[in-house]
Design a protein around this ligand. Sequence first.
Ligand code: BG6
Length: 490
Amino acid sequence: MSPIIIPVETFDLIVFGGTGDLARRKLLPALYHRDSDDQLPEASRIIGISRSQIDKEVYREQIEAALREHITEEHIDEATLARFLGRLDHVTLDAKQDTGWAELAERLDGYEERVRVFYLATAPGLFGAVCQKIGEHGMNTPACRVVLEKPIGRDLASAREINDAVGKVFAEEQIYRIDHYLGKETVQNLMVLRFANALFEPLWNATAIDHVQITVAESIGVEGRGGYYDRSGALRDMVQNHLLQLLCLVAMEPPTAFAADAVRDEKLKVLRALKPIKDGDVAKKTVRGQYRAGASNGAAVPGYLDEIDGGESRTETFVALKAEIENWRWSGVPFYLRTGKRLAARTSEIVVHFKCIPHSIFNVRDDDIEANRLVVRLQPDEGMEMSLMVKEPGPGGMRLRPASLNLSFAETFKVRYRDAYERLLMDVVRGNPTLFMRRDEVEAAWTWIEPVITAWQEQREPPKPYTASTWGPSAAIALIERDGRTWYEI
Ligand code: BG6
């Protein structure tokens, strides 16, 4: 099945952090793929911004090397690569200084009619200053948008400060706060599953659902991002955004349309209905961990402290927590979330555990009839799996066992799975903010997370250690087992 490619309008994309890790690993490879699908108009330009004293030729060489590193060989087409590199330009600029801005404004001069996207792939502390300069140099045109990479701040106050500063220059409709999880195919499929099938909605509530688990497990460590990560930790880096967004999509009421504010209004209601985790509950409802050295496939894996170059750190690389939503639909249905680095496998999934049947008519113990389970696999091997009880074939009486209906998207559709950034970047150019976070959502998420951050800071205990390439500290198992449930085995 071949995808339908709808070309976008001609645009200029200005990437702050143009030589950084995100640009090299994700943004430029995503744009290359869009170019190779002929989605980018011929005249579209990409201007990388960095402090490096390099010209456009050197920038092109650097990006070519990054593309060859991050795109599989079968997808590199030399003619497309040459065309794509031809779009690239570079401006040397220090966001905190005055130099370079006039030069950038000059490059954009005469292109005011075009869609213009400023992508801020920098530390969030720079967002306000960069936007102010964009405004001062008259670069905020009517068709201009600004993309803010997560994290937006490190707590509620700093998030508000950033949102205020950006809001002085850009209207809310121009601001695209990216959470790349919303661009993942299976995450969007979650909405399709819920709202394009009549089957699930009547069961999607506390009457039929026992609990929900959301796991985002990574096998990698901090990968050279130790400086950023050590100031952030898993709660800020993953839970405040990615995991809460997934929770919102599972828990939200049906929006009236798949339209930006309709969807975001419903997500916001979920965030606002999250039961605050009070000081006294933090120890019961949350677990934080940090990995120690271990081994994977016979090879030694360093511990977190070694990866960030020794020293002391209480930064968590693992979080498990129990979230509760105080509304009619979800009353009494816990959402267990867990995420961590250096876990046993890279896998992300949402598991909806239905309730057990009320009474068995078969001559087996009630416990032998497993409750139904819907697994939405975000990565790898995107797909969905529904477990059902079935009769084992053949004689021997009515023997029951669970079996699953398994839908693998790769097998069903046989297409290359597009990276989330490909979809999201094109959405920005099209001016469609449905899959981006609105200011009130980000702030509501921080409001819920902040008491946990504060309680952890005040705790004397360091994060619980866990061995790299395992499933995290045993306290995470205890967190769910206290409620008589277990983590779904991946
Ligand atoms: C990023 C986090 O937002 O998401 C990283 O900053 C994390 O720490 C990454 O590794 C995970 O994304 P994905 O798409 O690989 O699951």
